[in-house]
Design a protein around this ligand. Sequence first.
Ligand SMILES: [Zn+2]
Length: 435
Amino acid sequence: MNPSREVVRAEVLVGPDGRIQALVPPGGPLPSGARCIDAAGRVMIPGLIQAHLHLCQTLFRGLAEERTLLAWLRERIWPLEAAHDASSLGASARLGIAELLRSGTTTILDMGTVHHTDALFMAAEQSGIRYTGGQALMDRGVGVPRGLLQTTDEALAESDRLRETWDGRADGRLRYAYTPRFILSCSEPLLRAVAARAHAGARVHTHAAEQREEVAAVRAELGRGDIELFDDIGLLGPWLTLAHAVWPNEDDLERLVRGGTHVTHCPASNLKLGSGLAPIRELLDRGVNVALGADGAACSNRLDGWSQLWLAGLVASVRDGPGALDARALFELATLGGARALGLEGNVGSIEPGKRADLVILDLAGWEPNGDVYTALVYSARADDVCTVLVDGRVVVQDRRLLTLDESAVRTEATAQRDALLTRAGLDTRAQTAR
Ligand SMILES: [Zn+2]
């Protein structure tokens, strides 16, 4: 993956600074003392980038089934999030990150819950993943548990402190984004304060226009749509990544283009929650940058980027016809599109000298004979095909094994923390845990 979408045979040289130094012909001269990773017969790609995740929900996998968005939030997700403590949140993040790194996602944009956000950053720092995240901002909303409600000032002060503490840590691998959850949980003063910070250089991540029922609730309450309100208060801009945008109207599409706002397509979540088929072809045709994301394990159940790529291709075929998005365009959503959505296009998203060495090596032999390599990556590749993963030139997955976290310990801890969390939440999810 490079700006001209070439497929090349080359040795990729990585410098001690964790950046790609050069691509040289196969068998070309290597610096003496260089450590070599044999990738003969394999495919190297830039690490996948997912620009919408909720690591705080990994412990809720399978516990919030068979609901539409607002019921899913009010009956399951918010009560479960309110029951998190720092230990369960850290366990949830480590479980999600283990799945992501092992399947070749090296960069993510994450939405935290309201409290204990430091635990997410600590898990990201320890695991080696490239992480941009933030505390979910919630200062109002129907059905929001008391444990998740903050005053406007509390919410902003906590986010400012987190940004001060974490933004730029781990050699720039960790970054902060202000994260208003969605318009029905955020007051206008809160959104205006976030917009002011965005104009002064902050990044912003939120949800918009996800489900028809939600869009109708927003209009009934505010007299205008969420994207329209974001436009009115100056929140739209190249600093903003909107998850979903399944139901933007014509005016919204124009607003997104004008603002240079990014959209994250979450096909698994949109299908499972019955949200709809997002207008990705229209967004791209108008010049809106689009990224991909798994959303959370509580609504898409798998976090790997391969499932999202595959579904994005199938959804585009159903909505706009086969070929509406070819495999190269799809692969770009999960690489350069994600990098742009995070403001990281100068650092990640392609294999080019000067960029960070976030690299993934796959063994696609199980899919041969196959055609074009991009087609194989989008429509055949699966999480288990990933052999080796590097972030900043550091090997974090080797021979399909995660080196930065003990996966079996992560799983054991996650199960114990999930059980304790359910007790604290006092929710009757037995019907679903027993299945
Ligand atoms: Zn989401």
